[in-house]
Design a binder for this molecule. Structure first.
Ligand SMILES: Cc1cc2nc3c(=O)[nH]c(=O)nc-3n(C[C@H](O)[C@H](O)[C@H](O)COP(=O)(O)OP(=O)(O)OC[C@H]3O[C@@H](n4cnc5c(N)ncnc54)[C@H](O)[C@@H]3O)c2cc1C
Length: 373
């Protein structure tokens, strides 16, 4: 059985940010898909600037903790958001643009960095089970590996969390259908957001020379989903949708955060740990970096590294904000069609300009909550 100092399961943002903190270590990253940079599931790719992990420099992104420049990391900047209900419409002019990032470039830059550091990356290999006796961890794919410590960065459905019985309560299921289109009637720098009710969201926006549209539906754990495809087609047709270029689906189980962030010599990070499985891209980078630094210190003999990781992961990832939104959910879940219209009407003020544009989506529930209550 091949042995490493550390193993990371999952080459997403969190796993690669962690690996980038461990140059010179005997480190293995295991990823189930053949390609790390190719987009697989739906993700909108907006930048939520929690903390100081990511700095925007024109069209480039700079990852502070990792001292890594991602050239052309910013794909698009939106200066307007148009929010629609059934009848009402609310136009926001943003003082600071909302940024869409180039996820392929960001992942590509991270992958190059960790390979330069000497990390071994094994793609096309799904981890089936993980076990630990407290001293050594065993990882089973089609072959077996062992290590002194392991990081579960394998996303919301984490096999690591399940294998080692980290408790995560099921909250709901998120369904997403996303399409790329040759045409949509939306202005160049505008994010179009339609809210039917609190569980049905439709996003559409231009990306380079094409357009992206997606519908997201969040349902209670046992509920049968409504027809996403029909909803999407209907809304796309109303916006004059052109030729279909590509489509993707995501079905994501949403969970409460794991009962703890580590157990003996196994840690969780990113979506594998966060509430709902929404670490966010910046949050996952921050949590992963923190976990990688903690593993380094653990391997150097520190007894405090893992408890300190546990104390800090919420703060560095902006997770406290996400948890605050969660407490507003009982109120938000009462928002249906007519109420959305009433809220949009009440919120409309001519010429209104919102500051902190990139934060707006996260603040949206709080804005709605204030207006609603
Ligand atoms: C529909 C949708 C839209 C979103 N939009 C945004 C947005 O606009 N902005 C934003 O900031 N965040 C957004 N998010 C959230 C964001 O995508 C996640 O928080 C972020 O990707 C988490 O990163 P991660 O590295 O923890 O997990 P992931 O990105 O899920 O990476 C996990 C990696 O582990 C691999 N893996 C999983 N299981 C195994 C296994 N058994 N063996 C080996 N490898 C495995 C996966 O293939 C993957 O590469 C969105 C999420 C969804 C569902």
């Amino acid at each position: 059985m091949e042995r490493f100092e550390a193993i990371i399961v999952g080459a997403g943002y969190a796993g690669m940010a962690a690996a980038a903190q461990m140059p010179g270590r005997e480190l293995l990253v295991i990823e189930r898909y053949d390609s790390i940079v190719q987009k697989r599931r739906g993700s909108l790719g907006f930048l939520f600037p929690f903390g100081e992990q990511v700095e925007v420099r024109g069209n480039d992104l700079y990852l502070n903790g990792l001292e890594l420049l991602v050239e052309s990391g910013v794909r698009q900047a939106f200066r307007h958001i148009q929010i629609r209900g059934n009848r009402e419409r609310f136009d926001l002019a943003l003082r600071d643009p909302l940024l869409l990032i180039n996820e392929g470039r960001l992942k590509g830059a991270l992958l190059r960095r960790i390979r330069e550091n000497g990390t071994r990356v094994k793609v096309g290999s799904a981890v089936r089970e993980v076990d630990t006796d407290g001293r050594e961890v065993t990882v089973r794919t089609s072959t077996e590996y062992s290590s002194r410590i392991l990081l579960g960065a394998d996303g919301v459905g984490s096999v690591v969390a399940r294998s080692l019985r980290f408790r995560r309560d099921k909250l709901a299921i998120l369904f997403q259908r996303e399409v790329e289109l040759s045409h949509l009637d939306i202005p160049a720098d505008t994010l179009y957001l339609q809210i039917d009710d609190s569980r049905n969201l439709f996003f559409a926006f231009p990306v380079g020379d094409h357009f992206q549209a997606s519908v997201i539906q969040i349902v209670a754990d046992r509920e049968v989903p409504e027809d996403l495809e029909m909803k999407l087609i209907d809304k796309v047709e109303r916006l004059g949708g052109g030729r279909l270029l590509a489509g993707r689906n995501a079905v994501v189980r949403l969970f409460s955060p794991a009962s703890t962030s580590y157990r003996s010599n196994v840690l969780l990070t990113g979506d594998a740990l966060a509430t709902y499985g929404f670490a966010t891209i910046t949050g996952a980078l921050a949590m992963g970096s923190l976990a990688g630094a903690a593993i380094n210190r653990f391997l150097a003999g520190s007894h405090y590294a893992l408890p300190e990781y546990h104390d800090k992961w919420r703060k560095v990832s902006g997770h406290t904000t996400i948890e605050r939104i969660r407490y507003a959910l009982p109120i938000l879940s009462r928002i249906e069609g007519d109420r959305v219209d009433r809220i949009l009407k009440a919120a409309r003020r001519p010429g209104q300009v919102y500051a902190g544009g990139a934060n707006l989506l996260w603040h949206l529930p709080a804005i709605l909550w204030r207006l609603f209550v």
